[in-house]
Design a protein around this ligand. Structure first.
Ligand code: GLT
Ligand code: MN
Ligand code: MN
Length: 338
């Protein structure tokens, strides 16, 4: 008999992983990688085998920053072939606006106008890549949008530039006739001392100040809400109530630590249960319809086989929690008490 908790895209499971998550070779700020870099085409094969539905990426997860146009086209072609061979989709794409030294003081909020212009140009190319791969959601995680000291820049200037860049990108996407949604991801700190728009709540307000707010929503991450001890369930609930949950980053985190990106369900089991219950809509409210994306990183102690066990563990934990949530909401004793 098949295991009911095995993920299966054929029976409607919509699990996705980022190239940067399963492809993370275990490097951290204190040491280099501990396992080989898995090529993107092999990641596609591995994810399909594990029962995932899709794979997400940053521009530079696939195409190195300094690749020539010919190299880029070749890499994209190989990747598309792997997607076709293994039946995987790319529902979300994002742009790396945080690794290159040019973004050390921000991308859309950099004080230098030339850096902001470069960031917008890079985001346009990232969006073009996403469209080419069939993505319908574009995530923006502004990891460098912040400061170590507020003497560097008044946050009101930073926010104004942030808005200007997003307004431009939304208008450009509309002009191209693309039906895309932007999902903005908040984080309180790391790598900046303080990142602007620290929580999903901050982001939801900021979105209401954008010119094309209808195409902008949020991408809450468990770890980013839990780092400062906030409730992911309430962040997601507020986003869903506002019709703004456009994407989600599932993982786990202990309160007060650096961004741990642990395996989904490995910490705060009760929080994970209520989150899944909310996403699955067994509690009488509508379910979240988008992909269940894991922004979880295999531990540094794992080898390549361990990476796939880790990915399977994320999906299995989600499915077990979904079954428990359904049972909870169908239990006459629970209903009676509620
Ligand atoms: C980076 C970050 C994640 C974001 C990714 C999308 S990049 O790994 O830590 O939370 O979701 O840009
Ligand atoms: Mn994330
Ligand atoms: Mn994270």
């Amino acid at each position: 008999m098949p295991d009911p908790f095995d993920p299966s895209p054929d029976s409607g499971d919509r699990f996705t992983f980022g190239l940067w998550t399963v492809g993370n070779p275990g490097a951290d700020p204190f040491g280099p990688r501990t396992r080989p870099r898995i090529p993107p085409t092999e990641i596609v094969a591995g994810l399909a085998k594990a029962g995932a539905w899709g794979v997400n990426l940053h521009d530079n997860d696939l195409v190195p920053f300094d690749a020539s146009p010919t190299e880029r086209d070749l890499l994209v072609k190989e990747f598309q072939q792997a997607l076709a061979d293994h039946g995987l989709v790319v529902p979300m794409a994002t742009t790396n606006l945080f690794s290159h030294p040019v973004f050390r003081d921000g991308a859309f909020t950099a004080s230098d106008a030339a850096v902001r212009a470069f960031a917008v140009r890079k985001a346009m190319k990232g969006i073009e890549l996403g469209v080419e791969l069939g993505a319908s959601t574009v995530v923006f995680w502004g990891g460098r949008e912040g400061v170590e000291t507020d003497a560097a820049r008044d946050c009101r200037d930073g926010l104004g530039w942030y808005r200007e860049c997003l307004n431009f990108l939304c208008g450009w996407v509309k002009d191209q006739g693309w039906d895309l949604k932007f999902a903005l991801e908040a984080k309180p700190n790391e790598p900046r001392g303080d990142i602007y728009l620290a929580t999903t709540g901050h982001m939801l307000h900021f979105i209401e100040t954008l010119e094309h707010r209808e195409m902008c929503g949020v991408n809450p991450e468990v770890a980013h809400e839990n780092m400062p001890g906030l409730s992911m369930v309430h962040a997601v609930g507020q986003a869903m109530e506002a019709g703004k949950l456009f994407h989600i980053d599932l993982n786990a985190q202990r309160i007060g630590r650096y961004d741990q990106d642990l395996r989904f369900g490995s910490e705060d089991l009760k929080g994970a249960f209520f989150l899944v219950r909310m996403l699955e809509g067994t509690c009488g409210h509508p379910a979240y319809e988008g992909p269940r994306h894991f922004d979880a990183h295999a531990y540094r102690t794992e080898d390549v086989d361990g990476v796939w066990d880790f990915a399977a563990g994320c999906m299995r934990s989600y499915k077990i929690l979904a079954a428990r949530a359904a049972a909870f909401d169908a239990d006459p004793e629970v209903l009676e008490i509620l």
